[in-house]
Design a protein around this ligand. Sequence first.
Ligand SMILES: [Zn+2]
Length: 113
Amino acid sequence: MDDLLESVSESTRVCPDCGQTEHADTCPITVALRGESDADRAWFENHPMATEYFRELSSREEYLLRRLLDLPADAVPHGRVHVTQIEPGLRIRDWRAIGWYLPISASGGDRSC
Ligand SMILES: [Zn+2]
């Protein structure tokens, strides 16, 4: 039991991509977060009166969420990302509205995550 708890705890602390407890600069997760930050900054620069917007989940974010949530390979995302600008240069992204569905398998039955 203790071994199981240790292995679960360890797996949540160490990034499966870069193998560190804090993501390396070259980690795909770091790259995903940085890339979307640049895109969101550009959007707000082009819409100076806006304080929030919704957009599609990017492929980089999808990769990130799949890694963080350990989703089945056939899980399909739906929903939109809510981006709020607190002040110029400071934004938050909310992925809580992103859901995932699983295609019904050939053997039937409901699956969800
Ligand atoms: Zn990492």
